[in-house]
Write a protein that binds this ligand. Structure first.
Ligand SMILES: [Ca+2]
Ligand SMILES: [Ca+2]
Length: 246
């Protein structure tokens, strides 16, 4: 029996059974129903599926409640003193009076110092400007003359122009004595400088001077001729000093 035949027979049997089940007349077909076969075995499990996609990001959480305020910090370092405030009308008047008194005191101090110089240096000659040249009736070498002038707040006369040189000459002429100038070439022969080391620009040498070479490194003012001469620093000369008045 081929497959087609088998199918036809089966369809026939099914049609007969359907007819019998819906008919009031008992079936007369001689076909016998077979026993129901055993259930088949369960199929094998499938392969493990692919890894799933990552889940979606969760919604942000609800903000927590605000915490309690912290304790106060430590006391900071002391600040700088503040600037002085503006003075009132009364304070401004007092300040002006105080300033005037301070100015008067400074003027009196200046006059007292001047009187001291006059008493110590009886001969004096003021130049144009604020330089004053004074003399004392005492002879010293260059180093001691330098010390004495410094002790009274001055220096040895150091003319920087013709007017100052003329005033120093007038002072020497009053005393009738030679006096040291501050100009010298003690450090380097032939390089004459002031006491503070500045090169001497203005000079007023007598003819043939300076001629002392290394043995004459200090300078004197001649009281008879308005000219200079280099002499040994160890010689003694009448002290002349230069002061700068305020
Ligand atoms: Ca010299
Ligand atoms: Ca000389």
């Amino acid at each position: 029996m081929n497959h087609l035949t088998k199918c036809v027979c089966i369809l026939t049997v099914v049609a007969v059974l359907f007819t019998l089940s819906h008919s009031e007349t008992p079936a007369t077909c001689s076909v016998v129903q077979g026993v129901i076969g055993l259930n088949g075995r369960d199929g094998r499990d499938g392969a493990t599926g692919p890894k799933g996609d990552p889940g979606m990001r969760g919604e942000p959480g609800i903000p927590g409640e605000r915490g309690n305020p912290g304790l106060p910090g430590k006391v900071g370092p002391k600040g700088n003193p503040g600037e002085l405030g503006n003075t009132g009308v009364a304070d401004a008047d007092s300040a002006m009076k105080i300033a005037a008194l301070e100015s008067q005191i400074a003027s009196l101090e200046n006059q007292i110092n001047w009187l001291k110089h006059v008493l110590i240096f009886p001969h004096s000659q003021a130049t144009s400007g604020n330089k004053v040249y004074m003399s004392i009736d005492r002879a010293e070498d260059f180093s001691n003359s330098l010390i004495i002038c410094k002790m009274y707040g001055g220096i040895l006369p150091s003319p920087e122009n013709s007017a100052e040189d003329l005033a120093i000459y007038e002072l020497a002429k009053k005393t009738g004595k030679h006096g040291f100038l501050g100009i010298n070439d003690r450090q380097l022969e032939g390089k004459f400088v002031h006491i503070d080391g500045r090169p001497a620009v203005y000079m007023n040498w007598r003819d043939t001077e300076p001629n002392g070479q290394r043995t004459e490194n200090c300078v004197e003012q001649d009281p008879k001729r308005r000219k200079w001469n280099d002499i040994p620093c160890e010689w003694t000369r009448t002290i002349m000093c230069e002061f700068k008045m305020i």
